[in-house]
Design a protein around this ligand. Structure first.
Ligand code: CO
Length: 131
């Protein structure tokens, strides 16, 4: 399974881009709001994978709670799968919890779904559909 990206929670996307862009040395895609997650994100290339910087967008963003409790830092790992629905069903079949029962629209026009952190020992895992 391929790592699609590493999601990093940040309080302010613009400030985070100023930190990460010189390190990674690659231009970032234009930031976009992902309404289904109430976050604003930007992706930076990092070799075969990407770094996704996420800031809260809108009232009651779940990311606000994450930042308040744990501060800035690694938020999730995202893996490429041929079917998000199948990947989520497999987690459930193994007795794991999921945040999403089915795929929903994510960043970059891709279908995504999240397992619950408890399913992977405290790490939030996102599945990204790459047909
Ligand atoms: Co992500």
């Amino acid at each position: 399974m391929e790592l699609d990206h590493i999601g990093i929670a940040v309080a302010r996307l613009d400030a985070a881009l100023e930190r990460w862009q010189p390190l990674l040395g690659a231009p970032h895609a234009a930031p976009e709001v992902v309404a289904s997650n109430r976050v604003r994100v930007a992706f930076l290339s990092a070799g075969a994978t990407h770094v996704e910087l996420l800031e809260p967008s809108g009232e009651g963003s779940p990311l606000e709670k994450f930042l308040a409790e744990r501060g800035e830092g690694i938020h999730h790992l995202a893996f490429r799968v041929p079917s998000v629905d199948a990947a989520l069903a497999e987690v459930v079949a193994r007795g794991g919890r999921v945040v999403d029962r089915a795929a929903r629209p994510g960043a970059r026009g891709r279908r995504v779904g999240f397992a619950h952190p408890s399913a992977f020992g405290g790490t939030l895992v996102e599945f990204v559909e790459v047909p």
